[in-house]
Design a protein around this ligand. Sequence first.
Ligand SMILES: *Cc1c(COP(=O)(O)O)cnc(C)c1O
Length: 392
Amino acid sequence: MPGKSTVTVHADREIHPGRAVAPPIFQTAAFSAEDAPAFAAGAVEPRGTDFYTRFGNPNHAQVAAVIADLEGTEAAMVTASGMAAVTTAVLALVSAGDHVIGQKSTYGGTASVLLNLLPRLGVDTTLVDQRDPEVFEKALVPTTRLILVETPSNPLLQITDLRAVADLARAHGVPTLADNTFATPLNQRPADFGIDVVWHSATKYLNGHTDVSAGVLAGPAEILDRIWDTSLLTGATLGPIDAWLLLRGLRTLPLRVPRHNENGQALAEALSRHPAVSRVHYPGLATHPQHKLALDQMNGFGGVLGVEFAGGYETADAFLGALRYPRRSASLGGVESLAVHPASMWAGMLSDEQITDAVPPGLVRLAAGTEDTADLVADALAAADTAARTTA
Ligand SMILES: *Cc1c(COP(=O)(O)O)cnc(C)c1O
């Protein structure tokens, strides 16, 4: 098996080969068929490339080929956003009367699917503290049909023991779905630990340039076929141009991730020594309560860290305002550093109680880009000084 940098450049070569070195953009909503049997076959081919773009498009298949190789799965598919990926997968795999287990610390949109959307459709959900693998077993009931995990989690960087959850789920015949957005397949491959389906907000590291909204799912063809079937109904189709941009972004993922890892580690170490900072959440720190587990299942710790200010909401906000390079923005995973105050970002998505459980008010989520490490560290330390001074 070739290495990851080789795979990201060549895995899609056989899909619509031609003389163009860069893949063409198939900017078409539909494809024509030679005859009735060809037309009928195209209509039922999961993730096909030649029927109708909502069913599949060559640009989709090119991205999927790279993702499946990177994640070490049989197949992959693309969607219009990360949320389209998780919602479509969940709708494909559960029905009214079923039960789903998710995490307490998880991306706000995923939390809302678990707390709001699914209960409305007659699906019971239990959210567990994923730091303890035994709580997954305790949450299992005879109707449990799906377990959703996310590690490291957004925004607290808590780690889920992927092997423990996958083993437990397999023993009970329950499929598992893992959000691998923060780690990327360079830092962690959930399928290697027995997770069934891996999904990403490809809007983040996979595309890497903050210019596309996209999602991907990777897993066994049999499960992806069912998700693809439901995707025809949710209709969250990735546009061909966006798929093409995502493929272009992906090509450099193996070059970008090591720099994100370096910057995340350096910022976490420097900020954890600053007097205004009460705690830094970053799995690469030896002081992270789950550092050993992170070392066991990750090859790198990513560019995202949670920085908690002793001064609470006000100091966190002053820190954001004083940063020179990271802009205040909801995204992460691009070449540019971004920072956000999760407690205010999620105010519209979750209830006050749900927010207090998931995000401390003094927490800033810092997403290190690929800038020079020394510049980011100096900027963050100066901003922490300013924040401490102005809110003392
Ligand atoms: C951004 C994000 C999502 C949602 O993805 P979209 O592409 O914005 O729909 C899901 N999970 C995590 C961890 C994220 O950071």
